[in-house]
Design a protein around this ligand. Sequence first.
Ligand code: 13P
Ligand code: SF4
Length: 304
Amino acid sequence: MTDNNAVLVERILKLKKERNAVILVHNYQLGEVQDIADFVGDSLGLSQNAAKTEAEVIVFCGVHFMAETAAILCPGMTVLLPDRHAGCPMANMITAEQLRQKKKELPQATVVCYVNSTAAVKAESDICCTSANAVQVVESLDNDEVLFVPDQYLGHYVSTRTNKKVHLWPGYCPTHARILPQHIMQLKQENPQARVVVHPECRPDVIALADEVASTGGMIRYARRDDVQEMIVGTEIGIIHRLKKENPGKKFIPVTEQAVCPNMKLITLEKVLWSLEEMRPVVKVPEATRIKAKAAVDKMLAIV
Ligand code: 13P
Ligand code: SF4
């Protein structure tokens, strides 16, 4: 750690105590931000942690929909997102109005929204899911017909794991779309012993080449297995920091250095400190939307 970072970290930890704050960090964040976390995890783990924390303030180091989910679950708490521009382009690929229109076309379908969506879209949905539990959530439904929004690739992956009819919305993650089959073929040739693990936001032709399809939390667990010594990692490259830190001696190969989510990288130690000093930017959800969105998130949390 640089001297400058050490000073920042000391000030953050002191202020965190004074404010009774908890720092929740996604697996794609910069390494130095992951290292100050009370909890590092995937979207599901972060929501579960937010739901049970007794702190007064959550500093959310991730993107907007993640902080918004914490605000949905914890109405009495202050949720800070250290850079208010840290959005998720996929979450913005469907609006609540567009979803209302689609529901009119498919009134018989149950609406499942990926957690990478706005609070307003969650409020229009029957149940939420994350990449860790999407198949389980869809399988839990009584209805055999589902409208899955907004990620077409995760929705397609789910459709291959269930007999239900899954209607897709044409959203996608621009970062995972940079991961291509030819990258994986090449790396498999160079590293024949390595397991290929990819995120379900990847394209179907990438998923077809994988030994394992997992959320970022699932990838962390998979890497701990004794029979895994080398892993070709098909997701955002921020996860490599944690994989290496937790598994010294094992080899982790990112599928492509191009798989960078620029929004995730907007959060820095400086911004975490400013955010705790100034207690902003605060992420809030209008109460009527929050109550409806919470019903969709709670239904998910009840089955995982
Ligand atoms: P995870 O829930 O698997 O961490 O994924 C979140 C995300 O935004 C992936 O791009
Ligand atoms: Fe959104 Fe993709 Fe970034 Fe995840 S990696 S936050 S889905 S843009």
